[in-house]
Ligand binder design. Structure first.
Ligand SMILES: *[C@@H]1O[C@H](CO)[C@@H](O)[C@H](O)[C@H]1NC(C)=O
Ligand SMILES: *[C@@H]1O[C@H](CO)[C@@H](O)[C@H](O)[C@H]1NC(C)=O
Ligand SMILES: *[C@@H]1O[C@H](CO)[C@@H](O)[C@H](O)[C@H]1NC(C)=O
Ligand SMILES: *[C@@H]1O[C@H](CO)[C@@H](O)[C@H](O)[C@H]1NC(C)=O
Ligand SMILES: *[C@@H]1O[C@H](CO)[C@@H](O)[C@H](O)[C@H]1NC(C)=O
Ligand SMILES: *[C@@H]1O[C@H](CO)[C@@H](O)[C@H](O)[C@H]1NC(C)=O
Ligand SMILES: *[C@@H]1O[C@H](CO)[C@@H](O)[C@H](O)[C@H]1NC(C)=O
Ligand SMILES: *[C@@H]1O[C@H](CO)[C@@H](O)[C@H](O)[C@H]1NC(C)=O
Ligand SMILES: *[C@@H]1O[C@H](CO)[C@@H](O)[C@H](O)[C@H]1NC(C)=O
Ligand SMILES: *[C@@H]1O[C@H](CO)[C@@H](O)[C@H](O)[C@H]1NC(C)=O
Ligand SMILES: *[C@@H]1O[C@H](CO)[C@@H](O)[C@H](O)[C@H]1NC(C)=O
Ligand SMILES: *[C@@H]1O[C@H](CO)[C@@H](O)[C@H](O)[C@H]1NC(C)=O
Length: 777
């Protein structure tokens, strides 16, 4: 007999479905801290574009259209129809209103052709470069615009990366909410500056693939996993980067598949009406994840505005009826429609290009939107490479004459056209990934892109060797390849795949580890390159005396080989830093290694580690030292840190030093405007003090010890350079009210902490070079 918590009594009693007949009820739900229901937050807030004059103008236009719409026409705009794109709202032919076209993915347009395959967003995050974040958003947004796609389904800060094996972690930016927040802010700004509506997703707590959706044949049958997260953690970790996306003006938010406190995210009033639309004052519209809607009236009243891919399942004619009989207020329907139309006007999409997304199977006009994006793809690709070992300056390579290349990840697996999906075209095919091993440029599932071409490592290295007048030897498939005694460098390529719809089976694989060891046994200069969609452990061979250099090459997109050669041969010095923690062994991640497994009908995942994920957890467990800590990454030169300077800007403005933001000031999209006030300005001088003669850029990081919070949290970063040897630059860290605050669960507000905040500036979360203090009185 299985037990089911007490609150389910009413559900079970109401319909007693067969599966529940043999359950007994737990008598003490208090023993299960989060086995509660999600608190009701009703009615759904109506908004009116008060955040800015731009929103106000968009709302004025939207209301003008709304006033002309009949009931059924309004309903038509709230629900999807089959059409040209992966998502299409209903049209209103009478008024010439066209469907809005929605398309994947966060790293390039999926399901089309003549588009670019950008690095994944986690690769982007590894650059820690705010300018590149912006350029990435702009370029991707431009491709969406040119294809006539109104709504781009990205950027991603959920999953955040709570568990190391999460199947979609590579789609999101970072497991640190501050770094992810900057990514969300800049990518959203960039995308929307190109005219496309950005969709911040997935809201909220979509942290595992197993049982993310109900009743899936490949999972134990039953309802979706319930992420049970306390209020403080919800704000300080998971919602945090969404504030940044909203601050940047994101006009769409996608609710997630799984449940939160047992209520599906797309019908969860606490998440949508409460956190998103009240606290963050979201002015745009909420779209469901595809087939993420499970009720009609409840989802409407909880704050869902647009349902995809089909409106007719729960809404459509039934929503018309529900409004007609007052089960759903007409104001709620009007709010859904106004929000959606306002997003369209906010982005000034009245004169938008025609939809140019076409099926592969039909002959069609060519709409080539690639422009010169290959340049920025190559640059971001290189900037996101993280060098973690480099004995005796093995790298950069100095025109070696004999280069040996090993591992299937070096090459493109020559397969028929259909298997382009290996690069992420569709998870049905990706599931067979073992038979399609080739170089990894992005992960799989709906977050993958379709490359116009792929520059494999093999191609790019061979081109370089040709230029250097040397020779190249290769073996892509053997686990025990021949190593020539003359080889000057042995480049070993391994990868670690991940995809939507399943979590990773492991953070290592034996074939690849054996390959590295077998090559290293016979080659005293073995350089390992890891393409991975998430954490990949290296302990089986990292200390091998012949493994002289190791690069985490991430998921760099179509220019993969070029980006790598730029780093390997020193055209650019590596400056990427890890955006997650690489442990020594899987068990070091503890409960944060893997998804929560449950064969219960109502599976529960209690996030009882609270704020302590990734480096926050490693810092708290004193006896576990990571192999490579969060923020770590080497360069071809070294840097010194000096002159920490902290300027107090809070005293200039008396109102801003109070513990809470001023309650009399109205909220705007992104939350209370004072959350974004800079209270302290911190600077440090970074110098290239290396002796190798190499120039290089450095990502300086600021960590803050907020009272009553984890030991250290990232609250600033600045990439300075490239600096020539002997050259210096000032790194600037502006600390905003939110960055210094914790979420007060009683007051339901961000609160500054009285007392001393320790402050560190350094090269990683454990390589802390300068120390200071802020005292808030
Ligand atoms: C409940 O238990 C009875 C007796 O053991 C069994 O016959 C029946 O199949 C069970 N029902 C379900 C839905 O598991
Ligand atoms: C979930 O429940 C916890 C504990 O009661 C509460 O703090 C939190 O606000 C709830 N969150 C949601 C989204 O329901
Ligand atoms: C929204 O603003 C317009 C123009 O200022 C006003 O006419 C309308 O009453 C407002 N609606 C709501 C619901 O506040
Ligand atoms: C609803 O949208 C569909 C699909 O775009 C369109 O064919 C239909 O005419 C629309 N219905 C109304 C009432 O406008
Ligand atoms: C899953 O299937 C069960 C049994 O058929 C059903 O009662 C339940 O409503 C389904 N859940 C969803 C969200 O569709
Ligand atoms: C829609 O309404 C019809 C008629 O009332 C009802 O039979 C049907 O079950 C409803 N569909 C859903 C998905 O609720
Ligand atoms: C609304 O309800 C009225 C009467 O109950 C009915 O005559 C009318 O057709 C309904 N309208 C719609 C759009 O369903
Ligand atoms: C690095 O270089 C130094 C000096 O040439 C040498 O003594 C040392 O053995 C080298 N280390 C390795 C691991 O090759
Ligand atoms: C593909 O890669 C996996 C993991 O690295 C390995 O187990 C498998 O043998 C490889 N398949 C082929 C055909 O090499
Ligand atoms: C390192 O490589 C050299 C040269 O091939 C070899 O003699 C030596 O045994 C290797 N070291 C180890 C630990 O395998
Ligand atoms: C550069 O500065 C760092 C940090 O201050 C120091 O550890 C290192 O020895 C310096 N390097 C050189 C070559 O002086
Ligand atoms: C912080 O300091 C930098 C460098 O002096 C300066 O450029 C920036 O404007 C300052 N920011 C604020 C908010 O004062």
């Amino acid at each position: 007999m299985k037990s089911v918590p007490l609150y389910l009594a009413s559900i079970v009693a109401a319909g007693a479905p067969a599966f529940a007949q043999n359950y007994t009820w737990t008598n003490h739900p208090s023993e299960l801290p989060y086995y509660g229901q999600s608190p009701p937050v009703y009615p759904s807030p109506q908004t009116n574009g008060t955040s800015s004059s731009r929103w106000a103008a968009a709302y004025a236009k939207a209301r003008e259209i709304l006033a002309q719409l009949e009931l059924e026409e309004k309903v038509n705009i709230t629900g999807g129809y089959t059409g040209a794109c992966v998502g299409n709202t209903g049209a209103v032919p009478r008024l010439g209103i066209e469907p809005l076209c929605f398309a994947d993915a966060p790293d390039g347009i999926r399901g089309s052709d003549f588009v670019s395959a950008f690095p994944s967003q986690s690769h982007l995050a590894a650059t820690w470069d705010k300018d590149l974040f912006l350029a990435y958003g702009k370029a991707i947004g431009r491709e969406y615009y040119d294809k006539g796609i109104n709504v781009a389904l990205g950027p991603v800060a959920g999953p955040l990366g709570r568990i190391a094996k999460g199947g979609r972690n590579w789609e999101g930016l970072s497991s640190d909410p501050y770094l992810a927040g900057w990514g969300m802010y800049q990518v959203t700004t960039g995308m929307q500056s190109s005219g496309v509506i950005a969709t911040a997703k997935h809201f909220l707590f979509n942290e595992q693939e197993l049982r993310r959706r109900p009743n899936q044949t490949y999972d134990p049958i039953g309802e979706a996993i319930s992420a049970n997260v306390d209020d403080r953690t919800a704000h300080e970790l998971y919602a945090f980067p969404f504030y940044d996306a909203l601050k940047a003006g994101a006009a769409c938010v996608m609710c997630s598949y799984q449940r939160a406190n047992n209520s599906y995210a797309c019908q969860n009033s606490k998440l949508l009406n409460g956190i998103l639309k009240t606290e963050m004052h979201f002015e745009g519209f909420v779209v469901s994840d595809w087939e993420g809607q499970h009720t009609g009236i409840a989802s409407a009243n909880a704050g869902l505005d647009v349902v995809m891919p089909l409106g007719s399942t729960y809404w459509g004619a039934n929503l018309t009826q529900a409004v007609n009989n007052s089960s759903v207020a007409v104001d709620r329907l009007d709010d859904m429609v106004t929000r959606t139309l306002a997003a369209y006007y906010y982005l000034e999409q009245e004169d938008y290009p025609d939809v140019g997304v076409f099926s592969d199977t039909e002959e069609h006009p060519i709409v080539n939107v690639q422009r010169d994006h290959k340049k920025i793809i190559r640059e971001i690709g290189a900037a996101g490479h993280v060098l973690v070992k480099n004995v005796n300056n093995t790298l950069p390579l100095k025109a070696p004459q004999f280069v040996a290349i090993y591992g299937y990840d070096a090459d493109i697996k020559a397969e028929p056209w259909e298997n382009v999906a290996r690069y992420g075209g569709g998870y049905e095919v990706n599931h067979l990934w073992n038979t399609f091993n080739g170089t990894l440029i992005v992960g799989g599932g709906s977050g993958g892109n379709i490359p116009p071409y792929v520059i494999s490592p093999f191609k790019a290295i061979q081109d370089q060797v040709i230029e250097d007048g040397g020779i190249v030897r290769w073996n892509f498939w053997s686990e025990q390849p021949h190593v020539s005694a003359t080889a000057q460098v042995c480049l070993v390529f391994i990868n670690a795949y991940a995809s939507e719809s399943f979590d990773r089976p492991s953070l290592v694989d034996e074939f690849s580890d054996n390959l590295v060891k077998n090559v290293a046994k016979n080659c005293s200069n073995t350089v390992v390159v890891i393409h991975s969609a998430g954490v990949r452990l290296v302990d089986p061979w990292i200390d091998h005396e012949n493994v002289t250099a190791v690069i985490f090459a991430g998921t760099p997109g179509q220019e993969s080989g070029h980006s790598l050669v730029d780093v390997l041969y020193g055209a650019t010095s590596p400056s990427g830093k890890l955006h997650y923690t690489v442990a020594r062994q899987e068990s070091d991640y503890g409960n944060l290694l893997d998804h929560t497994i449950s064969d219960e009908w109502f599976p529960q995942s209690d996030f009882d580690e609270g704020l302590y994920i990734d480096y926050r957890a490693f810092d708290a467990k004193l006896n576990v030292t990571p192999r490579f800590e969060f923020g770590f990454g080497l360069s071809y030169t070294t840097f010194s840190y000096a002159n920490l300077h902290i300027e107090d800007l809070s005293s200039a403005d008396n109102t801003s030093v109070s513990a809470f933001p001023d309650a009399s000031i109205p909220l705007v999209q992104g939350g209370h405007p004072q959350l974004w006030d800079t209270l302290y300005n911190v600077t440090a001088v970074i110098s290239n003090n290396g002796t190798t003669g190499a120039s290089g850029a450095e990502v300086a990081q600021l960590y803050l010890g907020i009272p009553n919070a984890p030991l250290r949290q990232l609250r600033g970063f600045d990439k300075v350079g490239p600096l020539a040897p002997g050259e210096s630059a000032t790194a600037v860290f502006e600390l905003r009210r939110r960055d210094l605050s914790i979420w007060n669960v009683v007051e339901q507000q961000w609160e500054l902490q009285k007392g001393s905040y320790k402050l560190w500036v350094g090269a990683s979360s454990r390589d802390l070079r300068l120390e200071g203090e802020i005292v808030v009185s």
